[in-house]
Design a protein around this ligand. Structure first.
Ligand code: 13P
Ligand code: SF4
Length: 312
């Protein structure tokens, strides 16, 4: 059995956050990839799809978003009446930066009417030019919901190649984007890890490269991986996604053991969010993320279409 020490949130910090949350009528949302102490003060911790759904349904007037910029933008797209604050304005996403509205507009012109499916890990201006969005939790269901055979999928090439395997009836055109945190995994290291722990179930996120996914027993979104650990009869797991998921899975599965690659799977942007940022965001009501209406309305159409598709 693994010993797992829970992160400590100093009493004074917790009291300050609770006081400010009540004063601002706020809710704190965190992605699983944020630091463990952020999970402990957040009112909701989820994957990209779960966070969008929670932002839309939570009655709070103020959303403090612990995640990266595109996630706060998605909340702003869904809930223009709420004040959405990104805890740390420096928290961007390199994959989202691998596509722009102008670049997508140029590609759409070349493709002449091919529908565009865009991963939520993208700027609002790209969503606005897309027919529908997806997350790693619903990508296959979203693809199957589209009548067209040929679809351009942006920006994550690895996710597109993974989804193609489940939708042979489709022709998926890809965009050359990737998540540096997942893409950098080294095959030799994963093979050695499997050899060292032959009983372990290998769990991987679809942002990993195809050669890595081939070695996995289970491929799923962040929430999918967390659920799989709870449901599996296995006692050992090799976890191939951002290390933030280790907090909930270690906390909730004390009888199970987890192995991770030596190549650190850390998203430096998610880790920029801190308890101090949360206090500052609540005190100053800043930095606000607000998507302009001319982008928000078409982006909402693409996000709403995704939200109407049930999860896999
Ligand atoms: P999910 O939250 O959909 O698993 O995506 C992982 C990710 O990279 C978020 O930035
Ligand atoms: Fe972007 Fe990857 Fe970080 Fe997710 S984990 S925010 S895709 S860099």
């Amino acid at each position: 059995m693994e010993d797992y020490a829970l992160p400590v949130v100093p009493d004074g910090v917790r009291a300050a956050i609770d006081h400010l949350v009540a004063k601002r009528e706020a809710v704190i949302l965190s992605h699983y990839y944020c630091r463990p102490e952020i999970h402990e003060v957040a009112h909701f911790v989820g994957d990209s799809l779960g966070l969008s759904q929670e932002a839309a349904r939570n009655p709070a007037k103020v959303i403090i978003f612990c995640g990266v910029h595109f996630m706060a933008e998605t909340a702003s797209i869904l809930c223009p009446e709420k004040t959405v604050i990104l805890a740390n304005i420096e928290a961007g996403c390199p994959m989202a930066d691998m596509i722009t509205g102008d670049a997508l507009a140029a590609r759409k012109k070349e493709l002449n009417g091919v529908p565009v499916l865009t991963y939520v890990n993208s700027p609002a201006a790209v969503k606005a030019l897309s027919d529908i969005c997806c997350t790693s939790a619903n990508v296959v269901a979203v693809l199957r919901s589209l009548p067209s055979k040929t679809i351009l999928m942006t920006p994550d090439k690895n996710l597109a190649i993974h989804a193609q395997k489940f939708t042979p009836e489709k022709e998926i055109l890809t965009w050359p984007g990737f998540c540096p945190t997942h893409h950098r995994l080294n095959l030799a290291e994963i093979l050695a890890l499997k050899e060292a722990h032959p009983q372990a179930e290998v769990l991987a996120h679809p942002e990993c490269q195809p050669k890595i996914l081939k070695e996995a027993h289970f491929i799923g979104s962040t929430s999918g991986i967390i659920k799989r650990v709870a449901d599996s009869s296995k006692k050992e797991f090799i976890v191939l996604t951002e290390e933030g998921v280790l907090h909930p899975i270690r906390k909730n599965n004390p009888g199970k053991v987890f192995f991770t690659p030596r190549t650190a799977m850390v998203c430096p942007n998610m880790k920029k969010n801190s308890l101090e940022n949360i206090i500052s965001a609540l005190e100053n009501m800043d930095p606000v993320i607000k998507v302009p209406e001319e982008i928000r309305i078409p982006a909402l159409r693409a996000v709403d279409r995704m939200m109407a598709v049930p999860r896999d």
